[in-house]
Design a protein around this ligand. Structure first.
Ligand code: FAD
Length: 445
C-alpha cells in the first residue's frame, strides 16, 4: 500500500497515476472534500479550467484501489522497521495506517507580513477570505480591499466581486514591468496568457482596476492606509490615502508546508527567494527511502506544476515509466515558477511599516518593541535567541506564521544575514498538528 498525504492537485494526480498500476492507495486529507486549496469548493468547482478538477475527481472515485480518508489530520509519522506509520486525528479519535511507501503532498499556506492592525478583526489573508467563500459560500465582509503581491490576488479579488462583494481596491505591491525579466518564461508557457486574459475579463466585468506599487500598511477601525511602496517595499514619499473597508485581505505569496516531511528527516534546502523547500530528485524522490514529495511542498509553482509533480511521484512510487513529455512539461512549469519569484519578490522594506507596538507574533502577542529589546538590550544575535527571550513563535501555530518574519527582523537589527541552517530549523516542528495529552495517551477524546 502507498499512503498519500494531501488531496490537492499534487496528491490527486499522484493517486490517479499510482492507481493505474493497480496499487492500493490511501489518500489522507484534513479537509472534508478532495481538491486542496485550489479546488476546495463546497459545491462544484468553479473558476479557471475547473473541468480539470472534475476529471480528476471522477477518475479517483472510479478507481477501486484508491480509498479517500477525509477529515483526517496527520499529526506525526513514525518509522518502524522499514515501514511508515502515519498517525492521524479523525472525528476525535486517533488512528494510524502503515505502509511501505509515502507520498507527501501537503502544499503550502499564505505568507503574512505584519503591519499595524494586521491582528485586528477584519484583517485576514486572501486565502482565508477565499476559503470562507469556496468552503462555506460566505463573504468575509461587504467592502473588501485585496492587497499584497502575486497572481493569487486576481482569483481572490474577482471571486469575491463575482459573489457580491464591493472590491474597494486591488493593490499589487510589485510592478508588472518586472515580467520583462522573464519574457522567455511566458513564451514557454503560452497558456498563462490565456489565464491572464481570463482574469482581465473578470476584472473588467467587476470594474476592478488593479493598482501597482501600493500596499495596505495600516488598518484600524475599518480604515485602511494605502501607501505607495518602492521595489524594496519601503513606503515612498507620495502621500498615503485612507479608505474605509470591512476587510483587508493581504497576502505575500505562499510558504511550503514542510512539517510532515521534516518529521521523517527529508532533506530541505533554501530556494533563491529565501523560502525553505524539500530537496527532491527528478522522480520526486526525497532523501529518505520510499518517500516521495510532490507539489508546493517542493516549491511554490502553481497548480499546473503540482499536477505534473504529483503524476511523476505516483508513477515513480509504483515503478511505472515516466514519459519524457511529462519531464519536459515539468521543466517548462519550473521555469514559470522561477519567473513568479522574480516578478513578485518580497523585499525586507516591509519592516519600515512596523511601529513599536505592532504585534509580530499573534499567538504569543509579542510586539515589535520586545523583539528590538531582545536584540539591543538582551544581546540576542539570532532569531532563535530572540524567540527564547520573547516567546515569539512558541504559540499555537508554532511559528508557522511569524518565524520567518521574526528572523528577518532580527537579521535587520543585527545586520547578520540569516543562515540556511537557521531558515531550515525555523520551518520545522516536531508535531504537525496540536494533539491533546488524553488523545496522545489512549487514542480517545
Ligand atoms: C489558501 C490558498 C488558496 C489558493 N487558491 C488558489 C486559486 O484560487 N487559484 C490558483 O490558481 N491557485 C490557488 N492557490 C495556489 C494553489 O493552491 C496551488 O498552486 C496548488 O493547489 C498546490 O497544490 P498542492 O497539491 O501542492 O497543495 P494543496 O492544494 O495546498 O493541497 C495540500 C493538501 O494537503 C492537506 N494537508 C496538509 N497538511 C496535512 C496534514 N497534516 N494532514 C492531512 N492533510 C494535510 C491540505 O488539507 C490540502 O488539502 C491557493 C493556495 C492557497 C494556500
Amino acid at each position: 500500500m502507498i499512503i498519500i498525504i494531501g488531496a490537492g492537485p499534487a496528491g490527486l494526480a499522484a493517486a490517479e497515476a499510482a492507481s493505474r498500476s493497480g496499487a492500493e492507495v490511501a489518500l489522507i486529507d484534513s479537509a472534508s472534500k478532495k481538491g486542496g486549496q485550489y479546488w476546495r469548493h463546497r459545491n462544484s468547482v468553479k473558476g479557471y479550467k475547473s473541468d480539470r478538477a472534475d476529471q480528476l475527481f471522477s477518475k479517483i472515485e472510479s478507481a477501486s484501489s484508491v480509498t479517500h480518508i477525509s477529515d483526517a489530520t496527520v499529526w506525526s509519522i513514525e518509522t518502524q522497521g522499514g515501514l511508515y506509520r502515519v498517525n492521524y486525528l479523525q472525528g476525535g479519535q486517533e488512528s494510524s495506517l502503515t505502509a511501505e511507501k509515502l507520498i507527501i503532498a501537503t502544499g503550502a499556506y499564505d505568507r503574512s507580513l505584519p503591519f499595524p492592525g494586521w491582528d485586528l478583526p477584519g484583517s485576514m489573508t486572501p486565502g482565508a477570505a477565499q476559503s470562507l467563500l469556496k468552503g462555506h459560500d460566505l463573504l468575509p465582509g461587504k467592502r473588501i480591499i485585496v492587497a499584497g503581491t502575486g497572481p493569487f490576488l486576481l482569483p481572490v479579488a474577482t471571486g469575491l466581486a463575482e459573489s457580491g462583494a464591493e472590491i474597494v481596491g486591488l493593490y499589487e505591491a510589485n510592478n508588472p514591468l518586472r515580467w520583462l525579466l522573464s519574457v522567455h518564461a511566458l513564451l514557454l508557457n503560452p497558456s498563462k496568457f490565456l489565464e491572464l486574459v481570463y482574469y482581465a475579463k473578470l476584472l473588467r466585468r467587476s470594474k476592478i482596476a488593479p493598482r501597482f506599487n501600493q500596499s495596505v500598511t495600516r488598518f484600524s477601525d475599518g480604515l485602511a492606509t494605502i501607501s505607495g511602496v518602492n521595489s524594496r517595499l519601503q513606503i515612498g514619499k507620495k502621500k498615503s490615502q485612507t479608505l474605509s473597508a470591512d476587510v483587508v485581505a493581504v497576502g505575500w505569496g505562499f510558504l511550503p508546508d514542510l512539517t510532515l516531511g521534516g518529521i521523517v528527516g527529508c532533506a530541505q534546502k533554501v530556494d533563491s527567494d529565501g523560502t525553505t523547500i524539500f530537496e527532491v530528485d527528478d522522480q520526486q524522490r526525497s532523501s529518505v527511502r520510499n518517500i516521495w514529495i510532490a507539489g508546493e511542498a517542493t516549491g511554490i509553482g502553481g497548480a499546473d506544476l503540482s499536477l505534473i509533480e504529483g503524476e511523476i511521484a505516483g508513477l515513480s512510487a509504483t515503478g511505472q515509466s515516466i514519459r519524457s513529455t511529462l519531464r519536459l512539461n515539468r521543466i517548462r512549469k519550473q521555469i514559470f515558477a522561477n519567473a513568479l519569484k522574480r516578478s513578485y519578490p518580497v523585499k525586507d522594506g516591509w519592516q519600515s511599516w512596523l511601529e513599536e507596538n505592532t504585534t509580530v507574533c499573534r499567538c504569543e502577542e509579542v510586539k515589535m518593541s520586545e523583539i528590538c529589546e531582545s536584540v539591543t538590550e538582551l544581546g540576542a544575535e539570532d532569531s532563535r535567541t530572540a524567540k527564547l527571550f520573547t516567546r515569539a513563535g512558541m504559540g499555537l501555530c508554532q511559528g508557522r506564521v511569524c518565524s520567518r518574519n521574526v528572523s528577518e527582523i532580527v537579521a535587520g537589527l543585527t545586520h547578520c544575514p540569516i543562515t540556511d541552517g537557521e531558515r531550515i530549523a525555523l520551518s520545522n516542528r516536531p508535531i504537525a498538528s496540536p494533539i491533546s495529552l488524553g488523545l496522545l495517551g489512549d487514542g480517545k477524546k
